[in-house]
Design a protein around this ligand. Structure first.
Ligand SMILES: Nc1ncnc2c1ncn2[C@@H]1O[C@H](COP(=O)(O)OP(=O)(O)OP(=O)(O)O)[C@@H](O)[C@H]1O
Length: 254
């Protein structure tokens, strides 16, 4: 197996010793190339903090995070920015598209920043936008399309540079259930067809059921892990709901 990320005894604490919050509390896990993993947990369990550490936008209190064999916790600021640009793709709850650019221009911009050749950009953008079902909306601006179409554009933007890892923070959070379902199918296709490795934070069991593996967080620590194996999605969803009912958590189960 090809391990892409190795998280070793990572801690992230906020506050001082009188009022300390252990947002991430000695977490260790690995992610293999081609995995589609969800991080689930109740509000305040440390999901976003963990994602921010993996995304290099926040620094660990202690511990190490290796991408391949590079320890990103020891990189200097300018090295971190370069690492992020070259290795990571992001999909956020609120899309983060540029309103003054068309969908196609938003995706092109992501490749231009990587100084790719014009012909390669045109070909890649067209093939990815076609595969994600948004090619027909390419000339529209973000305000002219639906939330689901915007989010699929954000996925295309994350995918075109072939990042080592795509990090998604509650990507279905702002979508209605039909768009959420389409987006999750898109993620699955990105994973299966494009071989993208995806790590998705969600508090929604339905969204998590599309993943191959789930890490459950509680009070900043991993308390359980599920692997889908050969189960169908509905059976996996029931398994997820069983775990959630054990925690008595305040998670969404729709
Ligand atoms: N900048 C900060 N300063 C102090 N405490 C923080 C900070 N950011 C997060 N926390 C605390 O760390 C803990 C984990 O927060 P985090 O945002 O990672 O949880 P979460 O699982 O993503 O929650 P949600 O689902 O509500 O977004 C919480 O107790 C939170 O109050």
């Amino acid at each position: 197996m090809d391990t892409i990320i190795k998280v070793c005894e990572v801690e992230k604490f906020y506050g001082n010793k009188d009022t300390i919050t252990k947002a991430v509390n000695r977490i260790s896990f690995e992610v293999e190339k081609g995995e589609f993993t969800a991080i689930m947990g109740a509000s305040g369990s440390g999901k976003t903090t963990l994602l921010n550490l993996l995304a290099t936008v926040d620094q660990v209190t202690s511990g190490h995070i290796f991408y391949d064999n590079m320890d990103i916790t020891t990189l200097k600021e300018e090295e971190v920015a370069k690492f992020r640009k070259e290795n990571l793709g992001f999909v956020f709850q609120d899309f983060n598209l540029l309103d003054t650019l068309t969908l196609e221009e938003n995706v092109i911009l992501a490749m231009t920043l990587h100084k790719k050749k014009k012909q390669e950009i045109q070909q890649t953008v067209a093939s990815v936008m076609r595969a994600l079902g948004i090619w027909e909306y390419r000339k529209k601006f973000p305000y002219q399309v639906s939330g689901g179409q915007k989010q699929r554009c954000a996925c295309a933007r994350a995918l075109v540079n072939h990042p080592k890892l795509i990090l998604a923070d509650e990507p279905t959070g702002a979508l209605d259930s039909r768009s959420a379902r389409m987006l999750l199918e898109t993620f699955r296709m990105m994973n299966v067809q494009f071989g993208a490795t995806i790590l998705m934070v969600t508090h929604d069991a339905f969204s998590a059921s599309y993943c191959k593996r789930i890490l459950f967080l509680k009070d900043g620590a991993i308390f359980h892990e599920l692997n889908r194996g050969k189960q169908d999605r509905r059976t996996f969803l029931n398994q997820i709901l069983d775990v959630l009912s054990l925690t008595g958590g305040d998670l969404d189960v729709e």
